[in-house]
Design a protein around this ligand. Sequence first.
Ligand code: THU
Length: 121
Amino acid sequence: MTDAELLARAEAVAARAYAPYSNFNVGAAVLTRDGRVFEGVNVENAAYPLGICAEKTALAHAVSEGVRPGDVEAVATTASPCGGCRQWLHEFRVDRITYRSAAGDIVTRTPDEVLPDSFDL
Ligand code: THU
């Protein structure tokens, strides 16, 4: 699957976001090295800080099916990943991340490029 195809999956699933407070629907799709795709959307809450980003729900979806750090080839997301999601992407050692920049361009970056000097325990 190409990065463009993975981003198309993320764009399609964004329609299922639960974002009644921000009205900002985000979709994400995780491609594993063995070719599986796991999708996720942002899920908001009336207690605002409890909301969760699409990248995290997609990665949590994958983890629930047995995926572990090192198993993820690529992630696509319809928004530029937030700082916290960049740390999650680092944790899973994904090869590359594709997203639409704020300017609307499609960009592909490594976790190191989007989060230099990241934290490791
Ligand atoms: N959001 C994501 O799902 N992923 C990101 O990387 C950026 C932000 C969500 C969180 C919130 O539900 C909405 O977008 C507005 O911030």
